[in-house]
Design a protein around this ligand. Structure first.
Ligand SMILES: [Zn+2]
Length: 214
C-alpha cells in the first residue's frame, strides 16, 4: 500500500461519522477510584464492586432490584408515576425538557421505582407470605392468637404499618411473645439466640460484669 493510499484511507476514516457518546456501546467500565478498565459483565458479576480496588461503583435501580430480590418476583407499583413542574422551572434548559431527556435515556417516566418482591427464599430462608392486619384475614394477628408465632421482628415506616404494628404489639403482649422493632435489635437477638444453642449463661449484675471486664 502506497503512502498516498494510507494517507487517503486515514482521511476517509476521519470523515466517517462517529457514534455520539450516548449511542456508543458501553461494554467497558472505568473505575473512578483506580482507573482500571473492566468488562461490564465482570463488574456486574461482582455486584459493581471494583475487583481491582474494592471501590463501590454506581448501580442502576434495575440492577439493584435484580440483585436484591427473588428472581421474577418484583411487582412494580404506580408505574404511571411522573414528575410535575408547578413552578415552570428553567435554568440552562426547562425542567420539563430535562425530564423528557431523562425519559428518553432511561425509558422511565420517573426516577422512583416502587414495588414489592420476595427476598428471603433466594437466601435459602424458608418463607411464607402472610397478610397484614389491614389486608384481611387470616392475618398475622390470627397466627399470633393461634400460637403459630414465636418471635416477631417488625419495622414500620408509614402510617398504615404503624397502625398495624400497634395491633400486633397488643396481641404479642397478651401472648407473651418477644418483639423487635429495629434491624439492629433483631440482629442482636439472633446473635444471642445462636449463642444459646452452644452455651448456657447465668444472670450477672452490671457491677459483677464490669468488675470482670476492667
Ligand atoms: Zn478500582
Amino acid at each position: 500500500m502506497s503512502f498516498l493510499e494510507i494517507f487517503s484511507r486515514n482521511i476517509n476514516q476521519e470523515k466517517k461519522p462517529q457514534p455520539k457518546k450516548s449511542e456508543a456501546p458501553s461494554h467497558w467500565i472505568k473505575c473512578k477510584s483506580c482507573n482500571a478498565l473492566m468488562y461490564y459483565k465482570e463488574v456486574r458479576n461482582q455486584f459493581y464492586v471494583c475487583p481491582k480496588c474494592g471501590f463501590h461503583l454506581r448501580i442502576s435501580a434495575e440492577d439493584r432490584i435484580d440483585f436484591l430480590v427473588d428472581t421474577g418476583t418484583f411487582v412494580e407499583h404506580v408505574q404511571n408515576l411522573r414528575p410535575i413542574d408547578p413552578l415552570h422551572f428553567v435554568d440552562k434548559k426547562s425542567y420539563i425538557k430535562r425530564v423528557e431527556d431523562a425519559k428518553e435515556k432511561t425509558g422511565r417516566t420517573s426516577s422512583v421505582i416502587s414495588g414489592t418482591a420476595k427476598i428471603l427464599n433466594d437466601a435459602d430462608i424458608r418463607a411464607q407470605t402472610i397478610l397484614k392486619v389491614s389486608e384481611g384475614r387470616p392475618n398475622i394477628e390470627d397466627m399470633i392468637k393461634n400460637g403459630e408465632i414465636s418471635l416477631v421482628i417488625n419495622t414500620s415506616d408509614n402510617k398504615a404499618s404503624k397502625d398495624d404494628a400497634k395491633k400486633i404489639r397488643e396481641s404479642l403482649l397478651r401472648f407473651n411473645i418477644p418483639y423487635f422493632t429495629t434491624i439492629a435489635a433483631a440482629k442482636a437477638a439472633a446473635t444471642a439466640i445462636k449463642k444459646l444453642y452452644h452455651t448456657s449463661f447465668l444472670p450477672t449484675s452490671l457491677q459483677e460484669y464490669l468488675s470482670e471486664t476492667f
